[in-house]
Design a protein around this ligand. Sequence first.
Ligand code: DAH
Length: 336
Amino acid sequence: MMSELRQQLDQIKADGLAEIAAAADLPALEAVRVKYLGRKGSVQTAFEKLPTLPKEERPAFGALANQTRDALTTALQERKALFESAGGPRGPKLDLTLPGRAPVIGRPHPITQVTDEVVRIFRRMGFSVADGPDIETEYYNFDALNTPADHPARDVQDTFYIEREKGVLLRTHTSPVQVHVMEKQQPPVRVVVPGRCYRRDEIDATHHANFHQVEGLYVDRNVSVANLMGDCEFFFKQLLGPETRVRFRPHFFPFTEPSYEIDLNSPALRMAGREWLEIAGCGMVNPRVFESVGYDPEQWTGYAFGMGVERIAMILYGIDDIRLFYENDLRFLRQF
Ligand code: DAH
C-alpha cells in the first residue's frame, strides 16, 4: 500500500515538474498550479489518502507528500519570476503588421532660421562669423564704443546688471563683439556676429527684454559710405527679394560717424499696408572706437551695422507680435 502511494507521489512530482517547465506563459502556469496544488489538485488528493494508512506509516508518507508539494511550489515560483522579468521566454508578443510610430521631428526656431539665412548671405559676401559673451562689462558694452558713463545714449540702452559695482551686465547689443574681434585681430576685418541681447524695455508687441541682433563689421583701407550702402542694399535684396527698397536716414550712434538708420520697404510690407520699417542701425566706424582697440584711424576705415532679427522675421512671416517668438506655443512654432 505504502509503496504504491510513494510511486504515485513520485509520478505527480515528475509530471508536475515537466508541465511547469513546458508552460508557455503565465496563464498556462496558473493552470498547472491549480491542477497540482489547488484545493482539488493531485497533491491534495494524495494527502487525503493519509487516514487510510496504518498509523506507523503516516509520518513518512506525510513527509513525502510535503516534499512533493514544496518541490512543485518552488519550481512554479521560479518559472513565474522568469516570465515576469523577461516578458516571457519568447519575448513580448510582436505584431509586425502594426504601422510604425512616427517620431516627432523638431525644427529650428524661426529666429534661428532667419539668423542662419542672414549669416548665409553674408558668408557669400566674404564675411566670416564671430561670437561674443552675453554677459559683458560696461567697458565693452559702452566705453570702448565711445559711450562714456555720462552719455545720454546709455539711457536708451538701460540693461540688467549682474554686478552693478563691477559694471557686469547683460549686453544691450552685439556691438561689443566688434571690440573683442578688433582686439584679437589686425585689419582687414570682415565679420558678422549673430547673438542675443537684453534691455530693460517695457514688453509690448514690438519690444522685448530679450531679442536678437546680427552685427556686421568691415575694416580695411578706403572703406567708404558707398560700400556700406551698396553692401546693405545688396544684402536686403538677397534676403527679401529684388523688389525690396532700402532707405538710409541720418541718425546718431556714438560708435559711428556718420550714422544712419536703415528703413526697408518690401512687397510683403506693402501688402501689410506698411510703408517704411526701421530695420537696422549703421555707419562708418568712429575713429574713437579704432583708438580704443589700437587701430590707426589714419590708415583704416570701416563700416558697421546692427540689425534686429525679430524685426526681419516679423516682416518675412507677417507676424505682428514679437512675444509670439518666446512663448514656446507649438501651434505657432510648427508653422515654420
Ligand atoms: N548697436 C546699435 C543698437 O543696438 C545698432 C548699431 C548701430 C550697430 C550702428 C552698429 C552700428 O554696428 O554701426 O541699436
